[in-house]
Design a protein around this ligand. Sequence first.
Ligand SMILES: [Zn+2]
Length: 271
Amino acid sequence: MAAIAAIATACARVPTSLEPQLSGAIGMPHRGVLKNGTTLDGAGAGYRFLRDNGRHSALPRFAAAIARAAKSIAETRPGAPLMIGDLSTAHGGGPLLPHFSHRSGVDADLLLLMTTPAGVPIVSPGFLSVGADGLAQDAEHGMRLYRFDVERQWLLVRALLVDPEARVQWIFIQDNLRAMLLQWAVARGEPIAVLQRAAEVMAQPNPGGEHDDHIHVRTACNARETALGCEPFGPRRAWLSEPVSRPDDSDLELARALLTAPDAEHLADVR
Ligand SMILES: [Zn+2]
């Protein structure tokens, strides 16, 4: 009996015939699955896949937000496409090595936007570690030198931050790169609200990899997704909070009837 209870608990957040109502990002990023996700179009505007490895599925709204952000950079500052690393597999789950998370359609690895030393945007050849000077050397291609494209990278971060459908909870990124982006955003005169969001969500995880060669974007589930099986995990972002529903009059009356003490007048009548 105890064994049956244990199995039932372990499977509680996985779509089964017992819980057909679960949908979307089910469970947590490191212990979940994806149901009814969307697979990014490999020929989308403004982005390309680094590898054609079947790992480009996510919650539909999150996948759409990534595609929108890439398209917006291509329109605002045309140049090389954003290279997209792993999201989740079509049905999620894991382990999805080398990742710890990426299992429920709420995580996306996006390669850093890079330029030539002269500032011409280039297609990122892969995961290149960017130093504190903003430069990266490509050991596989004759130690070619590249520069971190702060301007277009900020456009990407900003596009995700202001898109209500992206619901960015985290952007994992190395400290120096974070500082470069924030400095650029301040110099650019971005609104305080956007700067605050950026400062809050951009962080170098410890442990979990430096993230000096890509950013990892995590989306936070909304109330509807939570009702359908997404388990909120990690900090709540104030700007993503949804209005708390108030009880309607009948509920209020019920609560009063149950909890309010009889008033003095009424007591007098009783006496
Ligand atoms: Zn990642």
